[in-house]
Design a protein around this ligand. Structure first.
Ligand code: SF4
Ligand code: FE
Length: 491
């Protein structure tokens, strides 16, 4: 099958029997639900851009397995150039959606599981790599969106999976059969879960021998029997349900999506299992997946940052302050911070290396430095955006007020007339455009899209401390001590 169009992707979701719950109820037509649809549109953009000749080089690539043209989101990176192109593609998607476009988690899972299964098989003579190759070929040929599911609920953080009072705090095997396994558990704040065709589940921490039943990785269709999702809510999300509030929503077209994904006795046939008890490899999968996803943030967050900077510059222009040196300097600072993140994304890609399985892995230290910076710089970028834009982005009356015909003034002025009079700024700029840019900034800085830009910058791909642990491990302090000793003449 050829690459799917955006519309074909959206229609393909309707064929799934995915179980989605929101506000305590089952959602039957979740594809058209106003709160969910923007996140589907966002993933659809990964299909739309792949059809656009202008972006063909970035969005599509020859499969290393079949030689056929595939969407880069399903690709196994074959070079450092591929790794760099991945980051460039993510920046592009961020620029086009101003949101989290979700499809990267699957791409990062593919690459981590591909190389890890090779090494598990090498040690144990298992067939996980073959399983995975068959699976990824099916994904590439059908241009599927696959979610990479890693983060377990984790219960009491001081205890290992096998020590938890409730064994479901980590996804685990509850039954081993001749033809497969039965699994239970859940994954939290799972990006792009509902609108994926399949999921790849992976362990979330390193494990010991006692945790064997929790050391499990597998693929399963999103509408598998026993699997369901409870939709995560976002700041200002119900604005999407209001009539005539498309401006108030800020970004009516695109958005991200997170959910609690529950596995209630889901059967996984043998051919979709990639790890089953080889506990010492759990850490390898985690480290590789996290490394790729920390690289990803040097692309996607930079693309969204580009839009934040652009919107801030527009807000300044509409207010007539774009020539003020303080404003110019703040835009320079925002750009500097944003491009520093991009440097990190490109750097960890350019220093990538070939794994035993043949695909390319990023430089782990640099990828962790990249993500550590992402836990900080978008916060400063947002602070500067709010500084330049002004408080109106959070105090402005609603779109309905701007459009209201209710008379309030002595001379018959309507609420709409009054709002348009007092919120007018520079001549030649419509108050509606000013409303739009303010609400758009509100959406990205602290509304629904802030899930993908601000808080996700902190916790997505692992919280700051997780990167610091990796930086400590990869930082080679011993080697650095030796440099100092050699030069200082210390034996
Ligand atoms: Fe992709 Fe970024 Fe969203 Fe992760 S946070 S899925 S890298 S857009
Ligand atoms: Fe994320």
């Amino acid at each position: 099958m050829a690459l799917m169009t955006a519309q074909e992707y959206i229609e393909s979701l309707r064929k799934l029997k995915t179980r989605v719950y929101m506000f305590g109820e089952k959602i039957e037509n979740w594809v058209d639900h106003p709160m969910i649809r923007p996140s589907i549109n966002c993933v659809a953009m990964t299909y739309a851009l792949a059809q656009d000749p202008q972006y063909a080089d970035l969005m599509t690539v020859k499969s290393s397995l079949t030689g056929r043209t595939v969407n880069r989101f399903t690709h196994l990176h074959q070079s450092t150039e591929d790794l760099i192109n991945k980051v460039k593609m993510q920046r592009l998607l961020g620029q086009k959606t101003a949101s989290c476009f979700q499809r990267c988690v699957g791409m990062d899972a593919f690459n981590a599981v591909f190389s890890s299964t090779y090494e598990i098989d090498e040690k144990y003579g298992t067939h996980y790599h073959e399983n995975f190759k068959n699976f990824i070929t099916m994904v590439q040929d059908n241009d599927l969106t696959v979610d990479g599911a890693m983060t377990d609920p984790k219960g009491d953080r001081s205890k290992a999976p096998s020590q938890q009072a409730d064994p479901d705090m980590y996804v685990h095997v509850v039954e081993r059969r001749e033809d497969g396994i039965v699994v239970c558990g859940a994954k939290c704040h799972q990006t792009g879960s509902i609108n994926s065709h399949w999921h790849i589940f992976m362990p979330t921490i390193s494990m010991g021998e006692a945790d064997k039943d929790w050391a499990v990785s597998f693929a399963c269709p999103t509408d598998a029997e026993g699997m369901y999702m409870i939709y995560g809510r976002q700041s200002c999300d119900t604005r999407k349900m209001e009539e005539g509030a498309s401006i108030d929503v800020g970004n009516a077209k695109f958005g991200g999506q997170e959910a609690l994904v529950v596995l209630d006795h889901v059967f996984i046939p043998n051919e979709y299992i990639f790890l089953n008890g080889e506990y010492e490899f759990a850490g390898m999968i985690v480290e590789r997946f996290a490394g790729y996803h920390r690289q990803s943030y040097g692309g996607c967050k930079v693309g969204v940052g580009d839009v934040v900077i652009g919107a801030t510059a527009l807000a300044a222009e509409y207010n007539g302050v774009e020539k003020a040196s303080a404003v110019k300097d703040k835009l320079i600072e925002m750009t500097h911070l944003n491009e520093t993140l991009y440097c990190c994304g490109i750097a960890c890609s350019s220093q990538g290396f070939k794994t035993k399985a043949g695909n390319y892995q990023i430089d782990l230290l640099l990828a962790n430095v990249c993500k550590q910076n992402v836990t900080r710089f978008p916060y400063e970028i947002v602070r500067l955006a709010e500084d330049v834009a002004g408080g109106l982005m959070v105090t402005m009356p609603s779109q309905k007020d701007f459009e209201s015909g209710t008379v309030v003034g002595r001379n018959g002025e309507t609420i709409g007339d009054i709002c348009n009079k007092f919120f007018a700024a520079r001549e030649g700029v419509s108050t509606e455009d000013r409303q739009r840019v303010m609400r758009f900034l509100e959406n990205m800085c602290l509304g629904a899209a802030a899930v993908g830009y601000r808080t996700e910058s902190m916790h997505g791909a692992g919280s700051p401390q997780a990167q610091r642990i990796m930086i400590a491990r990869q930082g080679n302090i011993q080697g650095k001590k030796q440099f100092a000793k050699d030069i200082a003449g210390i034996q």
